[in-house]
Design a protein around this ligand. Structure first.
Ligand code: ADP
Length: 276
């Protein structure tokens, strides 16, 4: 194949986890997203940064079907689930959703199956034990065998140092422990994409490190993820790409070191300076 042929080829389909195009969303007269494009390759870590109210959470929720954009498309590639460098036992078909047309329950369920969200306030079910919280999705939604889901949950709890909390209730755990359960709950769904919505901003400062440590390990293991975070030092450490949003638009994007250390746009410069 000549170099021209190669350059004309699209990137190999298998590496593209997500392509979002022209996402737009308004809440009443408040336009919160305008023409947002996001591309994520398998194993890539993208940090989404920007001032409060700039639309970061709405982007994340739109990718996961928790929020339905008014327009735009989201396409998940048919890559395997789980971390990029690990075994990919299952592959899925491509999934493409056009929010400009009517989006039904079935499309939303299909979209939700591709990614898993780790919430700022953990969002664990208060009346369920740690184990039950983790196996609920795999067993009830994904219809996986219960014994298999329990074994996987126990393995993941062990991994984040919480094996002994299997039968505890969320109120018996610290915020950092609850968030590690939140992360395990997301991993247990074996999604193609992990979404983190300010995962440490509700934690006491001394508990932040443990949770960031777990996220860093997942990045090293090859999980594909988007992280909304105010922890710029952490973003620089783990993210391959940083996207800076302000006022519902992407102002600047690029390699983490460039956007955080040598931003080109004035708005990015101001934001990055303020947080350092
Ligand atoms: P960020 O994550 O960057 O802080 P958000 O995506 O949470 O920003 O919010 C962007 C804007 O959308 C804000 O003005 C917020 O008030 C508004 N917004 C978010 N969710 C809703 C909602 N469910 N209903 C009405 N307005 C909302």
């Amino acid at each position: 194949m000549s170099p021209t042929d190669a350059s004309q080829q699209r990137e190999p389909r298998v590496t593209s986890v997500l392509k979002a195009r022209n996402l737009a969303k308004a809440f009443g007269s408040n336009v919160v997203l305008r023409d947002i494009d996001i591309d994520i390759r398998r194993g890539q870590v993208v940090a989404l940064i920007g001032p409060s109210g700039s639309g970061k959470t709405t982007v994340l929720r739109s990718l996961n079907g928790l929020e339905i954009p008014d327009a735009g498309t989201v396409t998940f590639g048919g890559t395997g689930r789980g971390p990029g460098s690990g075994p990919s036992s299952e592959t899925s078909d491509d999934l493409s959703i056009d929010f400009g047309t009517k989006v039904g329950k079935r499309e939303i369920a299909a979209l939700r199956d591709r990614s898993a969200m780790v919430f700022q306030h953990y969002n664990l079910f208060p009346h369920m034990t740690v184990l039950k919280n983790i196996i609920e999705g795999p067993v009830q939604v994904q219809k996986r065998p219960k014994a298999e889901a329990i074994a996987e949950a126990e393995r993941l709890l062990e991994r984040v140092g919480l094996a002994d909390k299997r039968d505890a209730y969320p109120f018996e755990l610290s915020g950092g422990q609850q968030q590690r359960v939140g992360i395990v709950r997301a991993l247990a769904l074996q999604p193609q994409l992990l979404l983190f919505d300010e995962p440490t901003s509700a934690l006491d400062p001394e508990l932040v490190g443990d949770v960031l440590g777990v996220i860093k390990e997942l990045a090293e293991e090859g999980w594909t993820m988007v992280i909304v975070t105010h922890e710029l030092a952490f973003a620089q450490h783990v993210a391959d790409e940083v996207i800076f949003m302000d006022g519902g638009v992407v102002v600047e994007r690029g390699p983490a070191a460039e956007v955080l250390r040598a931003p080109r746009q004035e708005r990015t410069k101001l934001f990055v300076k303020r947080l350092q």
